[in-house]
Design a protein around this ligand. Structure first.
Ligand SMILES: Cc1cn([C@H]2C[C@H](O)[C@@H](COP(=O)(O)OP(=O)(O)O[C@H]3O[C@H](C)C(=O)[C@H](O)[C@H]3O)O2)c(=O)[nH]c1=O
Length: 187
């Protein structure tokens, strides 16, 4: 059987989003891998790191942040990561991407603010993530959401059912999210 490969599986890369391959140095003691490098020149200057465990069939998101950039890396298990570009002036405006990331082939995805994002775990998984603004600063006023299953998103998720948080189950459609954003901008 071939080893699983972390990669973009559908859609196209969004402007500013980058998949960084992570090479593990192996020896008889185990392995050593750099999971973030400032030298990558990615979009994110992290100020908070988190590790997150997820049970099978959990979907987290979809979330949108207008002020901070993100980093995501699957360490164990498998994740489908969906993105949709909501930036008004982006060359990839309204385009979407679907990545498949595996703990066995670690790779880090970095992407800028203004991109709607969600992660679906078909199996028990562990991932790390980083943000360029701390949750205690953005959680109250820059944590927008959209329901993952809205067909207008066009993201070809591999599943039709997912375990959600109560708030994510009640997220608006993409159209509803756009209306919320426009109300907030007008306020
Ligand atoms: C994001 C965050 C959450 N929390 C606490 C708050 C709740 O008690 C609990 C779960 O939070 P929430 O349900 O908001 O997290 P998710 O909906 O799973 O959101 C996750 O997935 C989507 C796609 C994302 O973009 C978020 O950044 C990511 O964390 O952890 C913290 O203590 N710190 C944090 O940075």
């Amino acid at each position: 059987m071939t080893n699983p490969l972390s990669r973009l599986i559908a859609g196209r890369p969004l402007e500013g989003a980058e998949l960084h391959r992570i090479a593990a140095q192996k020896d008889r003691r185990g392995s050593f891998a750099e999971i973030f490098q400032e030298h990558w020149g990615s979009c994110i200057a992290p100020v908070q790191w988190s590790f997150v465990r997820s049970e099978p069939e959990v979907l987290r998101g979809m979330h949108l942040h207008l002020r901070h950039d993100e980093y995501f890396c699957c360490l164990e298990g498998k994740v489908f990561l969906g993105l949709r570009d909501l930036r008004g002036t982006s060359p990839t405006r309204d385009q979407w991407s679907l990545y498949e990331l595996h703990g066995e082939d670690p790779a880090a995805l970095t992407f800028p603010r203004g991109i709607l994002h969600g992660w679906y775990f078909p199996e028990r998984s562990l991932h790390i993530q980083a943000v360029s603004e701390a949750y205690c600063d953005y959680g109250g006023d820059d944590n927008w959401g959209c329901h993952w299953a809205d067909p207008e998103l066009q993201i070809p998720w591999p599943q039709t059912h997912a375990i959600l948080s109560d708030s994510a189950a009640n997220f608006p459609t993409l159209q509803g999210l756009r209306a919320c954003l426009s109300d907030a901008t007008d306020a």
